[in-house]
Design a protein around this ligand. Structure first.
Ligand SMILES: Cc1cc2nc3c(=O)[nH]c(=O)nc-3n(C[C@H](O)[C@H](O)[C@H](O)COP(=O)(O)OP(=O)(O)OC[C@H]3O[C@@H](n4cnc5c(N)ncnc54)[C@H](O)[C@@H]3O)c2cc1C
Length: 510
């Protein structure tokens, strides 16, 4: 142990939005107490990102904070598409996605932040509010950070690592001379937290599409709705700082739905444009970008907050192992590689869903028709649920096909780098090695990895689901992704697994 895990001066998290808060919670769960600062004096009360996707719910379950999300939200199982006047066009659902949660949780972003803040305090860590990071300078061994506190006092402090979770205008990204590269979508949009009086089915969101445009309506607790509506194409360019009025939102919704939507009680509204952008580098080895600081996706797909949670969980287990002296720099370097793969994929899926919504608006029924192949329907639902995010291609994943002398054993089932389907059953913060069949492990392996790898009997799982009917083993990483697959747990395979682990973790040499 390095002794730095309890040193709150060692890791600084900038920003207490979803990314920063979840990174702090996950670091604390992995045994490292960070310092977290937020420039706002008080929490905001804006609905913003309301959809937590099934994959996000699995992350929250592993983090031990799922229950308040399930209790505080509307569970959205389906989206119904209509033409104006409630003419049915199509329906999409999360059925068959192979996840314990075949639904989104819909709740305002301020409530998500409130729950995460409460969870963080259970680890004895609180957010330093009213504290703004002004600049970050690199030294040989540390990062020197200039902060302005709530009373205006300036503090200069040194940190080993900085997690940049400051949103789209993040100071960490600026200090790395990185920018969000990509495109801004055409069109202008209004988001609003409103009351409506429209017939609706329980546990469903609605999308109305017409030649003029679309409106997406997502239910929120307390009989409220989040609406996304595009402005009429001939609207003049609006200053984003202008706040939309109730009458404007109401008129747009009446036109898009083709009925009197009964819009009332506007709690919050904003103009916005949508982006598809990502930074070239997510890290320089000591500074790590996450959430909107690293990428911006179309809110139509509802994936930005979820990928922020994924970034946060990913850096937390890696950084905690390194700070505890059990992980090598290669583990930290893999953050940028793995999350770039995943974030890029999320941008592509968001882009596909964004274009689908717009095409839908232009072509209506034709484009609204679901794919005819049931496998494609499920693949699309899994993509929307973000369960198809994978780290295939990362240096932290691999496999061994068995005895060199024998013909290679064909392995089927989920490949290394993909999500372990029963990941919410594997709790704790260690790696898990699941042995299928009558396998035993050599003593040398147990001695070297006892502190980092929990050995489990795979018999409790359905071996067929993992292509392990003929025996073998799966290494599941602390983030619930398959890190390594062995067709047999023979000596050659275990030696290969040992070398794989030693490429990013420090074995017990005592
Ligand atoms: C209209 C709209 C709807 C959306 N809907 C969804 C959805 O349904 N699902 C979804 O997944 N995503 C959605 N998103 C995206 C989602 O809101 C963002 O991806 C998410 O908020 C990103 O979280 P974050 O923590 O990275 O950044 P933010 O939420 O922007 O938080 C950054 C925090 O850092 C603080 N900060 C910034 N600079 C400093 C500094 N120098 N010092 C100290 N503190 C600082 C800020 O005050 C802020 O609190 C939506 C976005 C928009 C605009």
């Amino acid at each position: 142990m390095s002794g730095r895990e309890n040193d709150r001066r060692y890791v600084l998290i900038i920003g207490a939005g979803p990314a920063g808060l979840f990174a702090a919670c996950e670091l604390a769960r992995h045994g490292v107490a960070p310092r977290i600062v937020e420039r706002r004096m008080a929490p905001h009360h804006q609905a913003r990102a309301t959809a937590i996707q099934p994959a996000g719910l699995e992350l929250l379950a592993r983090a031990g904070v799922l229950a308040p999300f399930l209790e505080s939200s509307i569970h959205v199982r389906r989206t119904r598409f209509y033409a104006p006047g409630f003419v049915p066009l199509a329906i999409s659902s999360f059925n068959g996605i192979d996840c314990p949660h075949e639904h989104q949780c819909s709740l305002p972003q301020w409530r998500t932040e409130e729950i995460l803040t409460g969870h963080l305090s259970s680890f004895g860590v609180s957010v330093e509010r009213g504290t703004t990071v002004l600049s970050i300078d690199e030294d040989a061994d540390t990062l020197d950070v200039r902060l302005r506190g709530p009373d205006g006092e300036i503090e200069i402090a040194s940190f080993g690592y900085v997690l940049g979770a400051g949103g789209a205008h993040d100071v960490t990204r600026h200090s790395m001379l990185e920018s969000l590269q990509g495109d801004t979508y055409a069109g202008q949009y209004i988001v609003a937290d409103i009351g409506i009086k429209l017939h609706h089915e329980p546990e469903e969101s609605m999308v109305f599409v017409s030649d003029e445009g679309f409106v997406l309506l997502a239910p929120l607790p307390g009989n409220r709705w989040l609406s996304f509506v595009d402005l009429d194409p001939y609207s003049p360019v609006i200053d984003q700082r202008e706040t939309p009025e109730l009458a404007q939102v109401s008129a747009l919704l009446n036109r898009r739905t083709g009925v009197n939507a009964g819009v009332s009680d506007l709690a919050w509204a904003a103009h916005f444009v949508m982006h598809k952008r990502i930074t070239r580098r997510l890290s320089d080895g000591r500074r790590f970008l996450m959430g909107d600081a690293a990428h911006l996706s179309s809110p139509i797909a509802g994936e930005g907050l979820n990928s922020a949670l994924m970034d946060a969980a990913d850096i937390a287990w890696k950084l905690a192992l390194v700070i505890r002296g059990a992980g090598l720099q290669t583990l930290l370097d893999a953050y940028a590689i793995e999350r770039h793969l995943a974030d890029q994929h999320v941008l592509e899926v968001s882009d596909m869903l964004h274009r689908r919504a717009l095409t839908l608006a232009q072509n209506r029924v034709g484009a609204a028709a679901p794919p005819s192949d049931p496998a494609q329907v499920v693949a699309l639902a899994r993509a929307r649920a973000m369960l198809d995010v994978s780290y295939v291609g990362s240096p932290l994943v691999g496999e061994h096909a068995g005895l060199e002398a024998a013909p290679p054993i064909p392995i089927s089932g989920p490949v290394p780098g993909t999500r372990f389907r029963d990941r919410i059953r594997l709790t704790g913060t260690s790696h898990h090695l699941l042995l299928f069949g009558a396998n035993s492990l050599p003593d040398f392996f147990r001695r070297r990895w006892h502190h980092l790898v929990a050995i489990e009997n795979g018999a409790v799982l359905d071996a067929a689901r993992y292509g392990m009917l003929r025996g073998g083993a799966l290494l599941v990483r602390p983030d619930g992704f398959i890190g390594y697959r062995l067709a047999q747990a023979d000596d050659a395979s275990i030696t290969a697994l040992d070398a794989h682990l030693a490429s990013y973790l420090a074995p017990d040499r005592t």
